[in-house]
Ligand binder design. Structure first.
Ligand code: TYM
Length: 336
């Protein structure tokens, strides 16, 4: 028994919301990194539909996007034999733990979260309790699985920090219960920026259709969007703070080609911006094409997708139930 403890795999947890079309930011900042992790860690990858409804969703569309996201995870190479791939609302323990963690979260700290402030501005007609509770539900997701590492983009760092605070607060009050998780954020890839305003992150919900490249965009659209990307007036292709547009394109190029920044800078040295942008568009389109084809193939096999999601939820439930019953005992809920 003692020996087993030493070889137990560490746990990784992450999720994406089934809202809007996923961008290459979601792909590079999150899903693609999961592929490297699934061979070494015990991985849970969820489709965060409970989070999605904090912003108004059309029910039929939410259902469709949930399946599309499942197919996309698989098409990107997530292996359901190695990971628990599941829909968050299929495991009720997430909402239950969220309620308990709510009682340890101060309204002040929740209202100070950057994403809450941003989304409240963006959805001023629907500042609901769920929007404010979003990071607490995320903490519940993470803590249920006794997670060691949370691979996310830089925009989610503050939320993972809240999960750490809540884990420590609960452990301090009720005794050792939760593992304290760490964010796993890959430098450079963690923030893919808008092609129209490189000071902003690339987002699913940008109102400018040229700002974001979606994983569903066809080759011509990808190339057209890169051609229109904002750059600057000098003609040097180098990564530097004074050149945010070019640096963003170089980052995207490296993320999709596997080249290092210095290799990329060397190979584009002396090239004009037009040719450079075409090269970035082509490398992105080359990576997306086989993923799109595989996603389409999988979406035609709904039975298989449903089986994968059921198997994933069963696997997730086993772990989640263990943590939740421990939590219920610790807080003093009566159990026979
Ligand atoms: P979502 O769907 O908004 O984003 C999914 C993932 O994509 C990353 N991301 C980016 N990375 C780099 N550049 C960008 N421009 C970019 N845009 C988005 C996000 O950081 C995220 O990793 N709240 C989470 C979903 C979630 C979750 C969790 C994550 C729910 N529960 C538990 C981890 C652990 C989110 O941001 O989803």
């Amino acid at each position: 028994m003692e020996e087993n403890v030493g070889i137990m795999k560490k746990t990784v947890y992450s999720a994406v919301q089934p809202t809007g079309s996923l961008t290459i930011g979601n792909f590079v900042g999150a899903i693609r990194n999961w592929l490297r992790l699934q061979n070494e860690y015990d991985c849970y990858f969820a489709i965060a539909d409970l989070h999605a409804i904090t912003v108004r969703q059309e029910p039929a569309e939410l259902r469709r996007r949930t399946l599309e996201l499942a197919a996309l995870y698989l098409a990107c190479g997530i292996d359901p034999e190695k990971c628990a791939l599941y829909v968050q609302s299929h495991v009720s323990a997430h909402a239950e733990l969220c309620w308990i963690l709510n009682t340890l979260t101060y309204v002040g700290e929740a209202s100070r979260m950057t994403q809450f402030k941003d989304k409240s501005q963006k959805h001023a007609d629907n500042i609901n309790m769920g929007l404010m509770d979003y990071p607490v539900l995320m903490a519940a997701d993470i803590l249920l699985y006794q997670t060691d590492f949370v691979p996310v983009g830089a925009d989610q760092k503050q939320h993972v920090e809240l999960s750490r605070d809540l884990a420590e607060r609960f452990n301090g009050r009720y005794g050792e219960t939760f593992k304290v998780p760490e964010p796993l954020i890959v430098k450079g890839e963690a923030r893919i920026c808008s092609l129209q305003d490189p000071a902003k992150k690339m987002s699913k919900s940008d109102e400018n259709p040229n700002a974001s490249v979606f994983l569903s965009d066809d080759r011509d659209t990808v190339i057209r969007k890169f051609k229109r990307a904002v750059t600057d007036s000098d003609n040097r292709i180098v990564c530097s703070e004074e050149k945010p547009g070019i640096s963003n394109l170089l980052n995207i190029y490296c993320a999709f080609s596997g080249h290092t920044m210095s290799e990329a800078e060397a190979s584009f040295s002396g090239m004009g911006y037009g040719d450079f942008k075409l090269a970035v568009g082509e490398v992105v389109a080359d990576v997306l094409a086989p993923i799109q084809a595989e996603q389409k193939r999988l979406l035609a096999d709904k039975k298989y997708l449903t089986e994968v999601l059921q198997g994933g939820a069963e696997r997730a439930f086993k772990t989640a139930r263990r943590t939740l019953s421990k939590v219920c005992r610790k807080v003093g809920f009566y159990r026979e």
